[in-house]
Design a protein around this ligand. Sequence first.
Ligand SMILES: C[S@@+](CC[C@H](N)C(=O)[O-])C[C@H]1O[C@@H](n2cnc3c(N)ncnc32)[C@H](O)[C@@H]1O
Length: 303
Amino acid sequence: MDERTAAAELQKLVNGFQVSQAICVAATLGIADHLKDCKRTSGELAALTNTHPQALYRLLRALASVGVFHEAEDRSFSLTPVGGALRSDVQHSVAPWAILAGRPYFRQAWSDLLHSVSTGENAFRHAYGKGVWEYRAEHPEESVIFDRAMTAMSRGVAAAVLTAYDFRPFSVVMDVAGGQGALLAEILRRNPGQRGILFDQPQVVAKAGPVFDAAGVSDRCDIVAGDFFVSVPEGADAIVLKWILHDWDDDTNIRILKTCRRAIRPEGKLLVLESILAPPNEGASAKFGDLNMLVMPGGQERT
Ligand SMILES: C[S@@+](CC[C@H](N)C(=O)[O-])C[C@H]1O[C@@H](n2cnc3c(N)ncnc32)[C@H](O)[C@@H]1O
């Protein structure tokens, strides 16, 4: 690669935050849902989303230049396969995550990455003087956005989890800090006769009911609110911890694991689901996810 091409490549990476924020805005406005069956002009989309026509056109043409939408001569836009992942009704919808990643508090914490790298400390706590879970509990609108993102991502991986692991031997599966239950609902749906317990913070499980209703498994699942530093319900022969241990430091994880150990049946199994860090020079998703753990909750990927 010559020097000019290399510089242009780097410039593109540096400006990645602009692409990310533009996608966040398109997701927040629900542009992809308006394009799911037909192409529309930017003027039509501006009317549908109550936005400034020229400014929206500028957003859409920028996103068309990176392959999220396709722009035709008449300023009409349609979805590309990549942009299709911003639809809210697809199994692997990235829209909830895009909306979360563009939230001001999220970007603010990331802008303190230098602090984390200089000190090893959690950027979020440095910026806000409290942990991210406490912050979200105090900002219910942010908690709702975060929980939606987790639900969408869990839906996206549930089929792969169930292909990789046989949950049939268990009679009671408990998902500790299981969010709004997207994974547990799918486990129960695929394993008739099995019971489940969803455990998470009160403001999170408050919206879990419809997830189990939609899967037709509500009658086989108890939804329990609480704090995993205090206790979790007893009686499960499998405890799932998905994307939990990566949120915390080692000492805190030992406390969570001890709580689980006290509650699980003696012959029970603890199932830990986390990202796998690839060998050097590969696997950007998990490695940037690891940086996100440093910045936001103050944890790390450990594989
Ligand atoms: C990264 S999310 C993962 C959610 C879910 N397991 C999933 O994979 O979609 C971490 C979860 O930990 C929960 N959590 C944080 N602190 C908690 C606590 N003290 N007690 C119970 N749950 C907690 C959050 O509410 C959140 O749902």
